[in-house]
Design a protein around this ligand. Structure first.
Ligand code: SAH
Length: 467
């Protein structure tokens, strides 16, 4: 850690600014916002600075800088376009043991100023340690989009009620649970609407109810693999969870977004490699929710697409446990996009069917004639094992043997691979495919060769070999 992060209380504390141009003005504006007493040493002032000095908002103590001025200040900022002068200010501050910032000259600074996301009283500061202010500002923009505007109001009300909540709930875990539930419920909605009176009432009501905390389950779609494909709601739910029950399909990139102190339970595979039975997963969900935990059930892709999400929710509904659902990008949508295969296309496919390859051995549970119709795309989940069977039945029901096909393994992940061929070869295409793999059948699969854009590690290796 090159810099010690801190938030300084500058209210009524003197800060010396050397320089009276636009850069100095910007710095002074933030110092005034923070309530600092600004002492200015500058020969020429911008129009605004002049007005502020006349109004007494800042105090121009000198026209030119001299070492002695340093003594009066707790912090020093040099913002002139005179390199030599900036250096003199920095040296004098060093000698006088004052922290100094020289604008745009990191090597002369003993403190630097972060990019700030301001939701006062909440402030988030971002710094690249002086290596790249542009990068820090980019990151700030990204965080800016993630942090809701009303968070400031929430913090303000929370601050005012901190003591009464402390009195009511003796232990830290109890208090944490109270705040977490408050922030996730109606209170948040009222804050979003900037409805302070209702937000206050809601807090008081929840505090008065002193109810035993009720658990809550959020069924979250984690998407096909690339963590960037999570929705903002999904990210927020993952980070608020006390317990996360996740499937084998959810990768480490996403698991590392879970709060460090949350309990993580893999219900996809046990240590011995056996799958946890669905009934056990259901029982775990119930158990944690009934204990009052905020549970996230994290599933690959979308929870309602071949995800058994419906079954898990039925159990919760029967037990009277509240829940909500956050959809995810399903494998067919994600993998097709990253493979450059449009699922529909005006010239080739007017519809797309998402189907499962896990049908009965005799195929009697499937309407093969409808699957075999032309001008449509089939996206087959869990289809690699029965690929031969699926291809044979489709051809028998009239789909052309030379219909283009693609098998996308590890779609959207860094190790994505795409194998293409025709329907009569589907078995060969899937034989060595890594899992999870999705099969796409239809003319659109041939567009992969023209529209592939995603550079996975494997594309890079294949290109290097070819070269
Ligand atoms: N609920 C999930 C699907 C679960 S069924 C979703 O909406 O995506 C599991 C099947 O999904 C796998 O057998 C495979 O066919 C497909 N699948 C899931 N993730 C995949 C990925 N990253 N790449 C290719 N196929 C994937």
């Amino acid at each position: 850690m090159n810099y010690f992060p801190m938030f300084a209380d500058l209210r009524s504390r003197p800060v010396l600014v050397v320089g009276g141009g636009t850069v100095a003005e910007r710095k002074i504006q933030s110092l005034l916002d923070a309530g600092a007493e600004v002492l200015l040493a500058a020969r020429e002032l911008t129009e605004n600075l002049q007005t502020w000095a006349e109004e007494g908002r800042i105090c121009r103590i000198a026209e030119s800088f001299s070492d002695g001025l340093i003594r009066q200040a707790v912090l020093v900022i040099a913002a002139t376009d005179d390199e030599e002068l900036n250096r003199r200010v920095a040296d004098a501050a060093e000698r006088g043991n004052k922290l100094v910032n020289v604008v745009d000259r990191q090597e002369l600074c003993s403190f630097i100023v972060p990019a700030v996301i301001d939701r006062s009283p909440v402030q988030i500061a971002v710094s690249s340690g002086g290596t790249s202010p542009v990068l820090a500002r980019r990151l700030r923009l990204q965080i800016e989009q993630l942090v809701p505007q009303h968070i400031g109001l929430m913090a303000q009300i929370a601050g005012e009620n901190r003591e009464s909540v402390k009195r009511q709930f003796g232990s830290l875990p109890e208090r944490r649970q109270f705040w977490e539930q408050l922030f996730a419920g109606r209170f948040q909605d009222y804050c979003t609407q900037n409805n302070r009176p209702q937000a206050d009432l809601q807090l008081k009501a929840e505090l008065a109810a002193k109810q035993t905390q009720q658990g809550f389950v959020t069924l979250v779609g984690a998407g096909p693999g690339d963590a960037g494909l999570l929705t903002i709601h999904a990210l927020q739910a993952i980070q608020a969870a006390d317990v996360v029950l996740y499937d084998a399909l959810v990768g480490t990139d996403i698991l590392c977004l879970i709060r460090k102190d949350a309990e993580k339970i893999n219900v996809g595979k046990r240590a011995g490699g056996h799958k946890v039975r669905q009934e056990e997963t259901n029982a775990l969900l119930l158990e944690y929710a009934q204990k009052g935990c905020r549970v996230v059930r994290l599933k690959g892709g979308d929870p309602f697409v071949f995800g058994r999400g419906g079954e898990e929710l039925q159990i919760l509904a029967e037990a009277g446990i509240p829940f909500k659902i956050i959809p995810g990008i399903t494998a067919a949508v994600g993998a097709a996009a990253y493979a450059g295969i449009p699922l529909t296309h005006r010239d080739y496919a007017q519809s797309v069917q998402f189907i499962t390859g896990q049908c009965k051995a005799d195929g009697s549970d499937v309407d093969w004639a409808s699957f075999a119709r032309s001008n449509q795309t089939l996206a087959v989940y869990m289809g690699t094992i029965k690929a031969e069977n699926i291809a044979a039945r489709l051809i028998r029901h009239g789909r052309a043997a030379d219909t283009p096909c693609a098998v996308i393994s590890n779609g959207t992940r860094q190790n994505q691979t795409v194998a293409t061929g025709v329907l009569s070869d589907l078995q060969c295409l899937t034989a060595n495919a890594a899992t999870p793999a999705l099969i796409i059948i239809g003319e659109v699969a041939a567009l992969h060769h023209r529209l592939a854009w995603f550079q996975s590690e494997n594309t890079a290796v294949a290109k290097a070999k070819a070269a």
